[in-house]
Design a protein around this ligand. Structure first.
Ligand code: SR1
Ligand code: MG
Length: 399
């Protein structure tokens, strides 16, 4: 029997878990701060300001309660978080405790951080802080991508982990929302009437559906690394200043998939932020947002190359294999970036980058984003080779 937590019941819940109760004095503050599509999130603090976060999955989609959703996603998030924490603790929140019977994760309190998307959307000029975050995420993606792959753990451990970490229900959401629905007619697809022709241009391009189909197959079949699975700028906490910190949270969509997926999700969100900036008349800032793609790639590649000498079975994994892996990751990432842009403009889970703009700017940002999406999705199919770290800037500069 599970009970949904609320601000009144949280103190009793904490008291019932000795390891959590020991962390806090008398609880003086409980706030529900969940603003995502899926879960309840509480920040709990004592009189000294010591805090922790409780995250509990609901049995349905928070933003659409008629849509049932497995609560086992909490176990998957706990698994991914623990695995990523073991490899790259600096870039994820600490997992303090997991309660499988109540679907509750207790997490490190990061309320001195902000959600990166919120920070990006509030800026009016570019900031070197964003490059810092982009580089940290490249490091994270490469560290956990390499560290959970066959190259990092070897054949038997990888096979076992792939089996343990299956996440069919949440993968199906991504297969539908990211890799199918934006390219077909679907009730989830809603755009401003002035953008309908832009959507028709994208969805009417047979190369877009061809590339999306291949990307979907790869997502469903290529169990390379334990991914975060939903690495958009709203899944990243940042703290800038004297003690910078960048943490990828909300890994409930995690599973073993193509490594380029996490990179592509992030790149797609840089494009969305840039589309917003252009529509706001901030062309220079848009260019620096697109350059974050290069920053993340450079840091990803450098980190991956640093880890490469520790690979399992170097008998056949020679340097030439490293180059091929990096090219494959890059090609996958470009396609997934395009799919992410398209679905955030067209589909069920839209983003504040576009949605909070005044109407005329919103239409312009959506139009630019959809054009970029089309170019990105078809880039590899049209012969685009890589790694080309500047691809996002190239796409934006295309006529
Ligand atoms: C029904 S879930 C919709 C979206 O929210 C999550 O954050 C994922 O991005 C998912 O695609
Ligand atoms: Mg999320």
């Amino acid at each position: 029997m599970t009970d949904l937590l609320d601000v009144e019941s949280v103190p009793a819940y904490v008291a019932s878990v000795p390891s959590l109760a020991a962390r806090l004095g008398t609880i003086t503050e409980v706030q529900e701060v969940g603003d995502g599509n899926l879960n309840l999130v509480f920040i709990v603090r004592d009189a000294d300001g010591v805090g922790l976060v409780l995250k509990q999955s609901l049995p349905y989609v928070r933003t659409d309660p008629s849509w049932p959703m497995t609560r086992e996603r909490s176990s998957r998030e706990a698994y991914v978080l623990a695995a990523h924490q073991a490899i790259d603790p600096a870039h994820v929140p600490g997992l303090l405790f997991y309660d499988a019977s109540q679907y509750v994760l207790a997490l490190e309190d990061l309320s001195d951080h902000q959600v990166w998307r919120t920070v990006l959307n509030s800026r009016t000029s570019s900031s070197p802080d964003d490059a810092l975050a982009a580089a940290a995420l490249g490091e994270y993606i490469a560290s956990v991508g390499f560290g959970t792959s066959v190259l990092g753990v070897g054949s038997a451990a990888h096979k076992q982990a792939v089996a343990t970490a299956i996440n069919p229900e949440l993968c199906e959401i991504t297969e539908d929302l990211v890799l199918t629905e934006p390219f077909v007619s679907h009730e989830h697809n809603v755009v401003h009437p002035s953008n309908e022709a832009d959507v028709a241009e994208l969805a009417g391009d047979p190369d877009v559906r061809h590339a999306a189909g291949l990307a979907k197959l790869a997502f469903m079949t290529r169990a390379e690394s334990l991914l975060h699975g939903d690495l958009h700028t709203g899944s990243v906490f940042v703290r800038f200043g004297a003690e910078p910190s960048v943490r990828a949270f909300d890994s409930e969509f995690g599973f073993y998939g193509p490594l380029g997926f996490d990179l592509g999700m992030l790149w797609g969100n840089y494009v969305l932020a840039a589309a917003r900036a252009v529509a706001q008349g901030q062309a220079d800032r848009a260019a620096s947002l697109l350059d974050l793609g290069r920053v993340t790639w450079d840091s990803f590649e450098a980190t991956y190359r640093r880890r490469w000498p520790s690979r399992q079975d170097p008998r056949v994994y020679e340097e030439v294999v490293l180059s091929s892996i990096l090219s494959q990751v890059w090609r996958d990432a470009v396609t997934y970036a395009g799919a992410e842009v398209a679905r955030r403009v067209i589909g069920f889970a839209k983003v504040a980058d576009i949605e909070t703009l005044p109407e005329a700017q919103r239409v312009e940002a959506a139009r630019r984003a959809l054009r970029a999406a089309r170019t990105l999705i078809t880039h590899t199919l049209h012969g685009g080779t890589g790694p080309n770290p500047g691809v996002l800037g190239d796409v934006a500069a295309a006529p």
